[in-house]
Write a protein that binds this ligand. Structure first.
Ligand SMILES: Cc1cc2nc3c(=O)[nH]c(=O)nc-3n(C[C@H](O)[C@H](O)[C@H](O)COP(=O)(O)OP(=O)(O)OC[C@H]3O[C@@H](n4cnc5c(N)ncnc54)[C@H](O)[C@@H]3O)c2cc1C
Length: 406
């Protein structure tokens, strides 16, 4: 079987891998984007993972797109992510709801704060989009990379990558292999990683309240875990972190009983919860690759770091990974060289570390019922409310990440 040469192979066509393929447009490198999920040629909304044929699409923009994921999670996109998605021609296809303000509080404790976009002269602090919508819009944007759907990376030995496709095995000899597979085969490159199980689950569903949302998001820290309500269309996207057993129990309840539990945890600030859609859960863990240079490969997005969703950082951070990688790749003829990989790693270190520590710190601080910590949290929220510079710090992190856009 022939080995196919390519400058950059992206293994994983989720939102981050697809964004990377778009950002590499005009870089002068040949690019293959390989996604395990099948192609969607029919325009149908059902997942065709089982029966899809692998499809090569290069040049003919939008001829074949990625099959819908059926993933119910909503993603809060930062203002900086909007700017990047606009530059990738993927923003206009996303039905995004602006977040005009965020209310943060803790259950059964003092302290609350309200951060609004108007304070920072922005139209919105961020936007809420559906994961599937985001994915579809990215895969429909014009791109000359060769896109392989139904192509699963099954092996990587540092210089060759093996793909299983419907037509059989294909072997590539990429200058650089970028893992964007959401940590599913992250170990294939031999990189070591850190992992911590939070023993928590994120329950997601859309919910409706008696009152309209008027662009306000709510983050409420409860003893069981953080509960976020994000304005999405005419409803809210709920992301409710709980223990594993409690998550399973909440999923098993009928709608009225579920709404009553939600009301008890969130309180009456929004009036009554009146309806909810299908519920699904995601197990939560922190996983990240250690900062080592691996020959001819690196990782972006969840393959590099998988975070707790409490601060809505995972995709936003991954998109900045993709953007920075593509920016640096324009200035090199050898994206697989150690010096390039090392340079990328160093360029991303601060933002990445800050995202990991900020998110993990929030989980530890707010998932603890110690009375002293509860008092400290209340004081922190009060300080955030009273001190404009502290609010600016938090808001800036939400809007731009640890580093502003280049
Ligand atoms: C409940 C929840 C809420 C969240 N909310 C937010 C939020 O508000 N804001 C935010 O920024 N982030 C949020 N996140 C995180 C965000 O979803 C992830 O960071 C983001 O999806 C990462 O994208 P990715 O492309 O790196 O990985 P993924 O989305 O996991 O995509 C990986 C892709 O790789 C493909 N693949 C897997 N294995 C292979 C293989 N062997 N070969 C080829 N392809 C392969 C998969 O099919 C998939 O398409 C949330 C996460 C959860 C669980």
């Amino acid at each position: 079987m022939d080995t196919e040469a390519v400058d950059i192979l992206i293994a994983g066509g989720g939102p981050v891998g697809t964004a990377l393929a778009l950002a590499l447009e005009g870089s002068g490198h040949s690019v293959v984007l390989a996604e395990a999920r099948g192609a969607d040629t029919s325009g149908s909304r059902s997942d065709d993972t089982g029966g899809a044929r692998s499809a090569d699409t290069g040049g003919a923009a939008g001829a074949v797109r990625n099959a819908p994921t059926g993933d119910a999670r909503a993603i809060a996109l930062s203002h900086a992510s909007r700017l990047i998605l606009e530059r990738l021609n993927a923003w206009s296809g996303i039905a995004a709801t602006p977040i005009e303000s965020i209310h943060i509080s803790q259950q059964a404790g003092f302290g609350r704060t309200l951060i609004s976009a108007a304070e920072f002269g922005l139209p919105a602090l961020g936007y809420v989009a559906n994961y599937d919508d985001l994915q579809q819009s990215l895969s429909a944007a014009p791109c000359s990379a060769t896109r392989l759907y139904g192509a699963k990376l099954t092996g990587f030995d540092g210089s060759k990558a093996t793909m299983q496709t419907r037509e059989g095995e294909r072997t590539f000899a990429p200058g650089l292999t970028v893992f964007a597979d959401g940590a599913r085969v992250a170990d294939a490159s031999g990189a070591s990683s850190y992992s911590k199980d939070y023993h928590q689950t994120a329950l997601v569903a859309w919910v409706k309240t008696a009152q309209a949302h008027r662009g306000r998001a709510w983050e409420r820290f409860t003893p069981g875990g953080p509960l976020a309500l994000l304005p999405h269309g005419a409803a809210y996207a709920l992301v409710w972190t709980t223990g594993l057993d409690r998550g399973a129990q909440l999923c098993a309840l009928d709608t009225p009983a579920f709404l009553a539990e939600l009301q008890a945890s969130f309180g009456d600030r929004l009036g009554a919860f009146v309806d909810a859609g299908a519920r699904s859960t995601f197990p939560l863990a922190l996983r990240y690759r250690r900062e080592e240079t691996q020959p001819h490969s690196l990782a972006v997005g969840n393959a590099a770091q998988t975070l707790h969703p409490v601060a809505g950082q995972g995709f936003n951070l991954g998109l900045r990974d993709a953007w920075e990688l593509a920016r640096l790749a324009r200035d090199t003829r050898e994206p697989g060289s150690d010096s390039f990989i090392d340079g990328y790693r160093r360029a991303r270190a601060l933002d990445r570390r800050a995202g990991i520590q900020f998110t993990d710190g929030l989980v530890s601080l707010f998932s603890n019922s110690d009375p002293l910590l509860k008092f400290g949290r209340g004081a922190g929220l009060l300080a955030l409310d009273l001190l404009p510079f502290a609010r600016r710090f938090v808001a800036r992190r939400m809007i731009y990440g640890a580093r502003a856009l280049p």
